[in-house]
Design a binder for this molecule. Structure first.
Ligand SMILES: Cc1cc2nc3c(=O)[nH]c(=O)nc-3n(C[C@H](O)[C@H](O)[C@H](O)COP(=O)(O)OP(=O)(O)OC[C@H]3O[C@@H](n4cnc5c(N)ncnc54)[C@H](O)[C@@H]3O)c2cc1C
Length: 514
């Protein structure tokens, strides 16, 4: 009832688009004299109707008879995020994002922003029927300026699309390791590229952002213009506005060499020793990267190099000495970032997923202790044949990764990385769609507490929690350090004075939770 009353009002006053113009102000109690709906569901219905009136078929609802709603509903990587939102709106321009935000603020409807939905925390890029989603996948423009080497990328692009397009121009950009993940969520969460030690984080590649603010205005920021907003966005996520375009520094085509092999899991002590030894070597060879991904039935080790040397890089010698190799799944290949992303990417079956991460200093005894904790908790879970897979990945980061972000002349990022050799260990639990969330989450919670305690009691735990791998309950923003938290709070207050992204946004690592 209320939503159709709102619609009538906007129509009767001439044009609802005029009524929701960019200069609209946040009115908590009424819209042109009519009280805003009282419940979240009513507000979402009002926003849905206004969005439909303004944008027609680009607003999808769960009850649409076509197949498009299914596409929108099943996009998220984890099925825990397949929630039926009141509406999914797919804007094609910053101006449309602005209009949508005006509708959201007028109706005071809860909302979430989705690029590709790869974040597995329910509520980060998904809502229930009491909210609407701004799904940015149609914002996929790309352009390249050969003079500056800067690529302008719409927020709906994925790394796979960007790598292939740029490589056609003989250029590369430091982005994610998987083709399907979004430029937007990756960069706003700091983003750990495949070769993080070479040029720092994904956010360190940004030379500017185009952002639609909560009041509907579109602004640009860079090291010179609005430098506070620019720096805060480099890791500070969705606290300030909807980023519609990312301006990223590109480099001459990066050649890569890589191989991925599977090893026997009972050789874990030697595998851990080799991982630690390789990490130490990487401090003096920043072209190297690896991952050690430990499962119950196998350990996958990826050796990645940012060049195509004739001789196998010395840095990987400790892995070559392992005698437990079962099979090479990706034979040694000379390629590029796009072929690397294709080679290591995989499309797993739909299922539930939950993750967390901890950052620690590099230490063999700690890694062995973590492995033991993981083994004990894994033993309490259903077998892998049932589709349950609790796995962890050692992700080495050298001191130079922190330096690269700090010293690239753009004023640094908001992540507060310490210049030490560190491991951003990420734990992922995958389980079937009908799996019991409470039981599985309880196992993850036990794992988190014990792993964190093991690192803490050895004095090896770091405050930093990488946002792109974090569980929603982790204290991500505080981990950036006091100064950066201060910056993020100040910038959020300055550019979102009405608190649209704090009060109405469904989830995220937000200032409101500090
Ligand atoms: C298979 C796989 C591989 C991965 N590999 C890596 C990796 O190599 N390195 C790494 O660091 N991470 C990696 N990740 C993690 C990934 O980067 C994060 O899940 C990231 O949040 C995904 O971003 P998205 O845009 O794809 O997802 P989404 O879920 O759509 O968005 C993530 C968050 O960003 C917000 N957001 C998205 N777009 C905008 C915008 N334009 N403006 C404001 N807020 C926005 C959303 O509201 C949400 O809170 C991987 C994840 C998966 C599933």
């Amino acid at each position: 009832m209320m939503s159709s009353a709102l619609l009538k009002l906007f129509r009767s006053t001439g044009s609802y688009l005029l009524a929701i113009s960019r200069h609209s102000i946040f009115r908590p109690h009424s819209i042109r004299g009519i009280p805003v709906p009282k419940t979240d569901h009513e507000r979402a219905a009002a926003a849905r109707d206004l969005l439909k009136a303004a944008f027609g078929e680009r607003v999808i609802t769960a009850d649409d008879p076509t197949s498009r709603p299914m596409v929108a509903l099943t996009t998220p990587w984890s099925t825990t995020c397949h929630l039926p939102s009141a509406a999914y709106f797919q804007p094609v321009s910053a101006a449309e994002v602005s209009t949508a935000l005006s509708i959201i603020t007028k109706t005071q409807c809860k909302f979430a922003v989705r690029a590709t939905g790869h974040n597995p925390n329910p509520g980060f890029s998904s809502t229930r029927e009491d909210g609407v989603i701004l799904d940015l996948q149609l914002l996929n423009d790309k352009s390249f300026d050969p003079e500056t080497g800067i690529a302008s990328l719409g927020a709906g692009n994925t790394w796979g699309e960007v790598y292939t397009w740029l490589e056609g121009k003989g250029r590369s950009v430091m982005g994610g390791r998987y083709e399907e993940i979004g430029v937007a969520g990756f960069v706003l969460g700091g983003g750990m590229p495949g070769f993080v030690n070479l040029r720092g984080m994904g956010c360190d590649q940004v030379r500017g952002f185009e952002v639609v603010l909560g009041d509907g205005h579109t602004v640009h920021c860079s090291a010179e213009v609005r430098p506070g907003l620019y720096r805060a966005l480099k890791g500070g996520g969705s606290n300030f506005g909807v980023v519609t375009t990312f301006y990223l520094q590109t480099y001459p085509l990066l050649k890569t060499q890589y191989t991925v092999s599977l090893y026997k899991p009972d050789d874990y002590a030697n595998i851990i020793e080799a991982s630690v030894a390789t990490h130490k070597e990487m401090e003096t060879d920043v072209q190297a990267a690896y991952f050690t991904n430990v499962h119950r039935d196998f350990v996958a080790i990826g050796q990645l190099y940012a060049d195509t040397p004739e001789e196998e890089p010395k840095v990987f010698e400790p892995f070559r000495k392992l005698e437990s190799m079962m099979a090479p799944v990706v034979p040694k290949t000379d390629g590029t970032l796009s072929t690397l992303a294709q080679a290591i990417g995989h499309r797993p079956p739909k299922g539930k997923r939950t993750i967390f991460t901890i950052s620690t200093k590099v230490d063999k005894a700690l890694y062995l202790a973590i492995h033991k904790i993981w083994q004990d908790i894994t033993a309490t879970l259903p077998p892998s044949s049932d589709g349950t897979d609790l796995h962890y990945t050692i992700q080495p980061v050298t001191a130079s990764a922190a330096r690269a972000g700090r010293d690239n002349g753009t004023g640094g990022n908001a992540l507060g990385l310490q210049e030490v050799s560190q491991n951003w260990c990420v734990f992922t639990l995958e389980y079937p769609r009908d799996g019991d969330d409470v039981v599985h989450q309880a196992a993850m919670d036990r794992l988190y507490e014990q792993v964190k305690a093991a690192a803490e009691e050895r004095g090896l735990l770091l405050d930093f929690v990488c946002p792109t791998f974090a569980d929603k309950r982790q204290d991500v923003l505080r981990g950036f350090g006091e100064e950066n938290v201060g910056l993020i709070k100040e910038v959020a207050a300055k550019y979102d004075g009405e608190g649209v992204f704090q009060k109405l946004q469904y989830g995220g690592f937000l200032v409101r939770d500090l």
